[in-house]
Design a protein around this ligand. Structure first.
Ligand code: DGL
Length: 290
């Protein structure tokens, strides 16, 4: 499928058909499928259109300008498919491009940062919160700002201390299916040592690939509560759908998950189905025009 960049539809959402419209989910690659897994379990009537920018992944080592330009292009594709809400199931895009995406979107946009920050604040007892993510997410300071903002907004006056570590090698380990490989364990011990030393009691999995490595992360940090950023975003999306009365009341005739990617490698379907937890059925390759 070749896609140019025509202008946005002026009003893609009408009250009459909005309940039947799909939820758009975007990620730089396959990671966002961990959020789709939750979405399908929690809201089985909803139709999902997933977009993974597999040709340009990883976003985690790119500049904010590049991540924003790529993200807007991908979300634009989803908006053209008459979605009723979009979930940015990518921490890097949420950290670096959420406002830009909100500016171009006529439908509600849910990122992962604020929902995960809010869940971590609700969970922590000691006030010592860890964050792991891509280099770009950690360097952006987006989680730190969200936590600070939420503390002010909610009048939380106890001390909250945040410790952040970039874990870039977790992404290829998750895709390789090395969920509990000795090499993954070794890398996890190295990355998570400063967080163990900091005695955090809550850890935000600030990358949608990381839930695939939950067991090894939990083994290295046994008494720490893990916050799944994609799942928290899905809960916020659910609340918005209900608030706006646009949730699907019954399952439609269409396929539940329609998947589009910018590069469909031979390994894509098997990796994607591992992240999703059930057969994907279809994935179509999309090429953006110049
Ligand atoms: N899934 C992306 C995220 O949540 C990480 C992969 C990437 O670097 O693009 O940040």
């Amino acid at each position: 499928m070749n896609v140019s960049s025509p202008s946005l539809p002026s009003n893609p959402l009408s009250i009459e058909n909005s309940t039947q419209q799909a939820i758009g989910v975007f990620d730089s690659g396959v990671g966002g499928l961990t959020a789709v897994r939750k979405l399908v379990n929690m809201l089985p009537n909803e139709r999902v259109i997933y977009f993974g920018d597999t040709a340009r992944v990883p976003y985690g080592n790119k500049t904010a300008a590049t991540v924003s330009a790529y993200s807007q292009e991908c979300v634009h594709f989803l908006i053209q498919r008459q979605i009723k809400l979009v979930i940015i199931a990518c921490n890097t895009a949420s950290a670096l491009a959420l406002e830009d995406i909100q500016r171009i979107s006529p439908v509600p946009v849910v990122g992962v940062i604020e929902p995960a920050a809010e869940a971590a604040l609700a969970e922590t007892r000691s006030g010592r919160i860890g964050i792991i993510g891509t280099r770009a997410t950690v360097q952006s300071g987006a989680y730190q700002s969200a936590i600070k903002h939420l503390c002010t907004q909610k009048g939380i006056d106890r001390e909250i201390v945040v410790f952040a570590e970039a874990c870039p090698l977790f992404v290829p380990f998750a895709e390789e299916g090395w969920h509990y490989h000795p090499a993954t364990r070794l890398v996890a011990e190295e990355y998570l040592a400063p967080l163990k030393k900091a005695q955090i009691d809550t850890l935000i999995l600030g990358c949608t690939h990381y839930p695939m490595l939950t067991d090894v992360i939990q083994d290295v940090l046994p008494n720490v509560s893990l916050i799944n950023s994609g799942e928290e975003a899905v809960s916020v999306a659910d609340a918005i759908l209900h608030e706006q009365s646009i949730h699907a009341m019954q399952r439609g005739m269409n396929r539940i998950v329609e998947c589009y990617v910018t590069d469909k490698s031979t390994a894509f379907m098997s990796v994607a189905e591992r992240f999703l937890g059930f057969p994907l059925g279809m994935a179509e390759e999309v090429r953006f025009g110049k």
